[in-house]
Design a protein around this ligand. Structure first.
Ligand SMILES: Cc1cc2nc3c(=O)[nH]c(=O)nc-3n(C[C@H](O)[C@H](O)[C@H](O)COP(=O)(O)O)c2cc1C
Length: 418
């Protein structure tokens, strides 16, 4: 019986344990988590979602405070189009976050950064370019472009001296999205170095419809992608993501042609994960009925989360002067519209309730949007329940090695803590 460790992921002439820990913003996939994957010979992701805020928390910078101060005059104005990011400061935050992570790297693995293109930041092209260029400046091993992948992003980095040496990858959920992307980058003579195929059971935003995600199956999509790659004679590693819960799940994908897997949910309950400990306990306690896919993300993509997510229904004032990561090219965000509608309809209410959308920036920043993978309800089976009813957290190394060495869908429990 094969185990993950019988396979290797080949990237740029080197070999890695074929386990990637996926990016989880905002700072849920911390540097510590990504660095563990790299130390163990695999690949870890940090995320650049809301990086100025992440930098403030880690390095005592004042990016968010300064932005809030600069745009304070606009707080009661529902037109947010003036609230722009200072591109130099954005790049500085990115270099701090990534530079410090790369300096701490040990071992033979790699650290990548997950860049969600749906963070349109009231200037989609220039803010994305600032993030990408700064990530390359800071020595990141690779960049994974995700959520909202638009076809021109490789071109935004084409002038960087590391454009051909850093690993560049994409996340897609269909063969069609892959075809479109490959057609576009063929002009640059720069194909992606790896492709992550994310199925409908993943955490975070989904590349499927709110109603139809259940109709899709990752094995089927992977098979379609393998067939397409073969027909086009393309030799790019393809990794499967979304619902890979055991090492054996991973082996099943690799035996059908995957070069590796990207996993995340099992690491949300590790010490190294950035979620507060009490939220990790919510993830452990979740039952299958507690997990839903809804449309509250203002990005327009369905998102999976715990039903008890405090962000659902919360009618806080839009925090765009401080954050504003989801403002589109015209300075709008779907939450602002929903919030205004409720304020107009309830003029006397101290605090409105907004059910259809949520202020994702503020709630992700405060760990109040409990996004999670479909199999979160199985996390309780991966550890011990303690006498006080809480669950024992795991180490990232334990989970990583469980994926790497387990067979027969077994999950190794950690040594019991007193
Ligand atoms: C808590 C959480 C947050 C996530 N955030 C992001 C994100 O910011 N960007 C992204 O591209 N994917 C995100 N994902 C998706 C993961 O990177 C990964 O591809 C997927 O969840 C893998 O499936 P699994 O969780 O079933 O292992 C997130 C997943 C989780 C569980």
């Amino acid at each position: 019986m094969k185990r993950v460790d019988d396979f290797r992921l080949r990237l740029g002439g080197k070999e890695y344990v074929p386990i990637m820990i996926g990016g989880m913003g905002v700072d849920i996939s911390t540097s510590e988590l990504a660095l563990e994957a790299a130390r163990l010979g695999g690949i870890g992701h940090i995320s650049d979602a809301m990086v100025p805020d992440v930098s403030d928390r880690k390095f005592d910078t004042t990016f968010v405070k300064d932005k809030t101060k600069a745009y304070k005059f606009n707080i009661n104005n529902m037109d947010k189009s003036v609230v722009k990011f200072d591109l130099d400061r954005l790049a500085e935050a990115q270099r701090l976050h990534i530079g410090a992570t790369m300096e701490a790297k040990k071992g033979n693995g790699l650290v990548f950064v997950n860049c969600m293109e749906k963070l349109t930041m009231n200037g989609p092209k220039e803010t994305l370019q600032a993030r990408l260029m700064a990530a390359l400046d800071a020595g990141i091993d690779g960049i994974t472009l995700s959520a909202g992948l638009h076809l021109g992003s490789f071109a935004l980095m084409a002038d960087h001296p590391r454009f051909r040496d850093a690993k560049l990858g994409i996340i897609v959920s269909s063969v069609r999205a892959l075809q479109l992307f490959l057609r576009k980058v063929s002009k640059l003579d720069r194909a992606p170095d790896y492709i992550i195929v994310e199925g409908p059971l993943a955490g975070g935003h989904l590349g499927f419809g709110l109603e139809d995600w259940k109709d899709y199956d990752l094995h089927t999509i992977m098979d379609e992608i393998h067939a397409f790659m073969k027909a086009e004679q393309l030799d790019i590693p393809v990794l499967a993501a979304g619902g890979v819960f055991t090492g054996t799940d991973a082996v099943e994908f690799m035996e059908r042609g995957a070069a590796g897997v990207q996993v995340a949910t099992r690491f949300t309950v590790t010490h190294e994960c950035g979620l507060p400990d009490e939220v990790k306990q919510e993830y452990f306690r979740a039952s299958e009925a507690d997990i839903l896919v809804n449309g509250v993300s203002p990005t327009g993509y369905p998102m999976r989360m715990l039903k008890s997510t405090p962000a659902i229904g919360s009618g806080i004032r839009p925090g765009c002067e401080s954050y504003g990561y989801l403002l589109d090219a015209t300075g709008n965000c779907a939450y602002i519209n929903s919030y205004n509608r409720e304020v107009l309809a309830n003029p006397d209410a101290k605090q409105v309730v907004v059910m259809d959308k949520t202020c994702l920036c503020t709630h992700m920043r405060n760990f109040n949007c409990w996004t999670c993978g479909h199999y979160t309800y199985r996390l309780k089976d991966t550890t011990h329940k303690k006498a006080d009813g809480s669950y024992q957290l795991l180490s990232a190394q334990h989970v990583f090695e469980d994926y790497q060495f387990s067979v027969d869908h077994q999950i190794a429990l950690p040594a019991r803590e007193e």
